[in-house]
Ligand binder design. Structure first.
Ligand SMILES: Nc1ncnc2c1ncn2[C@@H]1O[C@H](COP(=O)(O)OP(=O)(O)OP(=O)(O)O)[C@@H](O)[C@H]1O
Ligand code: SF4
Ligand SMILES: [Mg+2]
Length: 326
């Protein structure tokens, strides 16, 4: 059996905003095993980045309240001090952000920034620079040595994302969180970056949490899938199971909206209406206002998580009764 690396238990995150508490993440339960790719998929604003940032203890600070457990290798990261988390970040858990330009320092060359990460391990400078060049080659950076001497603004979006991956690789983390790493890239570069990330699973046995709003991409990379809606995981299963037997009406609609044969076009924007902002939690299913199968109780009672198959979790009254077909 594969080793469980990360486990989120009843994770809830509210942001204090004008008008009340925004429930950005509600009762999320997920796990990532060593050497597997878990995809978290959902529309804009459904709480994907909030989950990712909470694992790294990188929430903005000030207006959020967090409940639940974030267990990494058996220890709850929520009990860790800032200094203890600093040792976890990079070395044990790496993160690739959506916009690499925000994460790169404009006044240092890209190679220097990767070198800095390598020097944290107290290696010789000549060895460190050689490793920078090797890593740039590993991420298939065109003209690697020249690019290592370039500043971030001199590189294309795809090249910057390669720098971020090289930086992350230099620390060889056990868990990689990739928050929409390819959204800003064109389809060809997206495919190349995904290949590099997928390779990590095989070459380094890295566990990967891949966040995306592209369902087509999920089919290509994931072992398991969590579908998020309005802050909740509404369905969670093995990738084959979720494509073969989607149980939640939302997932079923997403599947119907997927163009056949052109996986790359599987963006999540086809269902009528939009994701509600949940202010001051009230009872009811968060999908009820868009759900074609909604019944009276869906507006008054909150569906919990039910097992609808082997390691297949769904949050819907009808699916729990085996009836939920859109
Ligand atoms: N610092 C904050 N203060 C208040 N609300 C916030 C804050 N950060 C995020 N939110 C709100 O929390 C909800 C979840 O945001 P989050 O960024 O996690 O979504 P997401 O799924 O990553 O979206 P996207 O696909 O657009 O990146 C949204 O309604 C967002 O407006
Ligand atoms: S609980 Fe009700 S509203 Fe929610 S997804 Fe199921 S049928 Fe639709
Ligand atoms: Mg996000």
């Amino acid at each position: 059996m594969s080793e469980e690396l990360l486990k989120l238990e009843h994770l809830s995150i509210d942001y204090k905003v004008k008008g009340g508490y925004l429930s950005a993440v509600n009762d999320v339960n997920l796990k990532v095993n060593r050497g597997e790719i878990l995809a978290i998929v959902g529309e804009s604003g459904c709480g994907k980045s909030t989950v990712a940032h909470s694992i790294m203890n990188l929430l903005p600070g000030g207006n959020e309240s967090v409940e639940g457990k974030i267990i990494f290798k058996g220890e709850d990261l929520r009990t860790f001090s800032w200094a203890e988390m600093e040792k976890i970040r990079g070395r044990h858990i790496g993160m690739i952000f959506q916009n690499p330009l925000d994460s790169l320092n404009p006044v240092y060359t890209t190679g220097k920034q990767v070198e800095e990460a390598i020097l944290l391990d107290k290696v010789d400078k000549v060895v460190a620079w050689q490793k920078v060049c090797d890593l740039f080659n590993d991420v298939k950076m065109p003209d690697a040595e020249t690019r290592a001497r370039s500043f971030p603004h001199e590189l294309s979006g795809g090249m910057r994302q390669r720098v971020m991956i090289a930086m992350m690789l230099s620390r060889d983390p056990e868990l990689l969180i990739a928050d929409e790493p390819t959204t800003a890239l064109d389809v060809t570069i997206e495919a190349q970056i995904l290949e590099i990330i997928k390779d990590l699973k095989h070459t380094h046995n890295t566990a990967i949490m891949m966040i995306t709003h592209n369902f087509g991409l999920v089919a290509e990379v994931a072992d398991r899938v969590a579908v998020m809606y309005a802050g909740e995981v509404i369905e969670y299963a093995d990738v084959f199971e979720i494509f073969e037997h989607p149980s939640h009406p939302y997932t079923q609609l997403l599947m119907k909206a997927l163009p056949r044969g052109t996986k790359k076009d599987g963006r999540l924007q086809i269902i009528e209406g939009s994701v509600p902002r949940i202010l001051d939690k009230k009872p009811g299913c968060r999908f009820a206002n868009r759900c074609p199968l909604a019944q009276e109780r869906c507006f008054n009672e909150t569906p919990g998580e039910t097992m609808v198959g082997d390691e297949h979790v769904c949050r819907c009254f009808l699916a729990a009764e085996g009836k939920g077909a859109v």
